[in-house]
Each structure stands twice: as structure tokens, then as C-alpha cells.
Ligand binder design. Structure first.
Ligand SMILES: [Zn+2]
Length: 320
């Protein structure tokens, strides 16, 4: 049986899946992404995750036909590396394609932005749509686009880095060094600081005064669900920024479908998607797309990378 590899290098989790030509997963593994101290430590964790996924599948890494990688950006596709990613601030360069080539015995390794891999998977596994955007709301915010049946990778693989679209030029700092970017409000890594910005002394169950309490996006959404009025105000603001961001995506790529994944969406699908669906018609001057949930198992990027390996980067089921 011909087997293929898909890898998702995320800011918090590394996932690897091994699958057959139809995209059926036959082995997988996941591990926490090291916070450093070097990019090489992250590379080593990726290689270990691949070895474990291959062991789970009972496949020799050297027998894999092709591999796809979906990685946090920015990318240096010439070198096959991740460079200066704002979500791992202590790490400057993470070599990926070169070390993976040494482990496997194939040159067929394609590196994508993680959300681009998500779009490829959406095209391959869901319905082969020719006009779609995959949006991830996770540690960061990112998108991948299929336009007129073509996957947009962009120069160095950095197309559709929509998390760094400016939604408020006078806004709060983003991890990339910019100001007022979508991700500065809605990326999970930035939510705790945004909560502090919004807090003005009202009663709340959130540990807003204790920087060591581990406040995160999940806690904010949980408190909202439990009826905490301040948390509800934060979640409402996040919903407004998400609607503005999705409107920018719609105007840029004219998708028929926006498939939304990522951990924040997965854990709170209704409270993330409903504000986008409700507000989008007010912000979009063109055709409003279908907004749907995807990535329910958290493997959308890894399986998209697998689909890229199978199809040579197109995600078109006909290229299987
Ligand atoms: Zn930014």
C-alpha cells in the first residue's frame, strides 16, 4: 500500500498523520510543541512525531511516497523553514523540509502555511469546492484560500496571512510588532492581554488581577457560558473583530464557503460562528458566503497536509 505523510506544526501542538492514497488515516501521533530554546529543538520534536506516527501505522519512514507540511508562518520556502514566527518568540528559524528529507527517502515534500494546508484538506475531504477559505482561530489567526480551483500559496508560501490584517490602526499591539491586527484581539495568545485592556473594575469570576493564574481564551469563553457579564462583553468584542476580519477575507477571495476551525472555534463553535454569521451581512458589500464549522477533531491541518502530499499540492480529488 502506498502511504503518505501529513504534518501540522502548530504553536501549541505538533501532529503527524500517515494515510493511504484515498486519505484514510492509518497512523497518527501528536505532541506538545517545544517553546524552544532553539528552532532545532522544534525540528527534533517534529521528526520524533513523524517517527511515532509511522510506528503507529507500521510503516517505515523511508517507504513514504510523499509528505506535506502545514506550519505556523512566516515561511521561507526557498529554505523549507519557518522563520521569526511571532507565536514562538524565542525561536528564530525552524528547519523543516531539509531534516524531513533526511528522515524520509523522498524529495516530494511540500511546505505550506498551516491554514493553506487546512484549505487543501477542506477541498479534498469535504466537497472539492473551487472557491473556499479555511480560517483558523487558534493561538493565532490565519487563513488559506482556494480561488478558481487554485490553491493560493503566495510568495514564499505566505498567502492569506489574514491575522495581520489591520482592523484598527490605533489598536493594540500584535505579536508581529504591528498594531491593531485581527490576531491582536482574537488570537488565543493575545486574548489574556486583551482582557486586561478591556477590564475596568467590574465584578468578574476571571482572575484579571493575577498574571500567574493562567487566564486564557478557554477560561473567557467558559465564564461567558456561565453568565459572567464581563466575559460576555469580551466574547462580544471578539465576535465583532472576527466579523470584520472575515469580511476582509470575503472581499479579498470571494469564497463560496468559509470553513472555520482551530481550537477556539472547536471548543466554542456556536459562540464563535454565530456572531460572524449575524454580523457579516452588515460588513460585506459582495456575496455573503456560507460559514461552516470544520476541524472538529483538531486534525484539519495535518489531514490537509496529507491531502497535499497525495495530490501534489492541489487538493483536487481528481489528482489523487
Ligand atoms: Zn500582526
Amino acid at each position: 500500500m502506498a502511504t503518505y505523510l501529513g504534518v501540522d506544526l502548530g504553536a501549541t501542538t505538533i501532529r503527524a498523520v500517515v494515510g493511504d492514497r484515498a486519505g484514510q488515516v492509518v497512523g497518527s501521533h501528536r505532541t506538545a510543541t517545544p517553546r524552544g530554546p532553539t528552532g532545532i529543538a522544534v525540528t527534533e520534536a517534529v521528526l520524533d512525531t513523524v517517527r511515532e506516527a509511522c510506528a503507529d501505522a507500521g510503516v517505515d519512514p523511508a517507504a513514504l511516497v510523499a509528505a506535506g507540511i502545514g506550519a505556523i508562518g512566516p515561511l521561507d520556502r526557498d529554505e523549507g523553514d519557518v522563520v521569526d514566527t511571532p507565536n514562538l518568540p524565542r525561536v528564530d528559524r525552524i528547519p523543516l523540509v531539509g531534516p524531513l528529507r533526511s528522515l524520509l527517502s523522498t524529495d516530494r515534500i511540500i511546505l505550506h502555511n498551516d491554514a493553506t494546508a487546512g484549505a487543501i484538506g477542506e477541498r479534498f475531504f469535504r466537497e472539492g469546492a473551487d472557491h473556499l477559505v479555511y480560517l483558523t482561530l487558534s493561538t493565532g489567526v490565519g487563513a488559506g484560500a482556494v480561488v478558481d480551483g487554485h490553491v493560493l500559496d503566495g510568495w514564499q508560501g505566505n498567502a492569506a496571512e489574514v491575522g495581520h490584517v489591520t482592523v484598527d490602526p490605533d489598536g493594540r499591539p500584535c505579536g508581529c510588532g504591528g498594531a491593531g491586527h485581527w490576531e491582536a484581539y482574537c488570537g488565543g495568545a493575545n486574548v489574556p492581554d486583551y482582557v486586561s485592556d478591556l477590564y475596568d473594575g467590574e465584578a468578574t469570576s476571571l482572575p484579571v488581577d493575577d498574571p500567574d493564574a493562567g487566564l486564557d481564551a478557554a477560561a473567557v469563553f467558559d465564564a461567558d457560558a456561565a453568565g459572567d457579564a464581563f466575559a460576555t462583553r469580551v466574547v462580544d468584542r471578539i465576535g465583532r473583530w472576527n466579523a470584520l476580519g472575515v469580511a476582509a477575507v470575503v472581499h479579498a477571495y470571494a469564497p463560496r464557503i468559509v470553513a472555520v476551525g482551530g481550537g477556539i472555534t472547536r471548543n466554542n463553535p456556536e459562540r464563535v460562528l454565530r456572531p460572524i454569521r449575524e454580523r457579516l451581512p452588515d460588513h460585506v458589500a459582495t456575496t455573503v458566503p456560507e460559514i461552516r464549522l470544520t476541524d472538529e477533531d483538531g486534525d484539519a491541518v495535518a489531514k490537509g497536509a496529507l491531502a497535499s502530499a497525495i495530490t501534489g499540492g492541489t487538493g483536487a480529488p481528481a489528482d489523487r
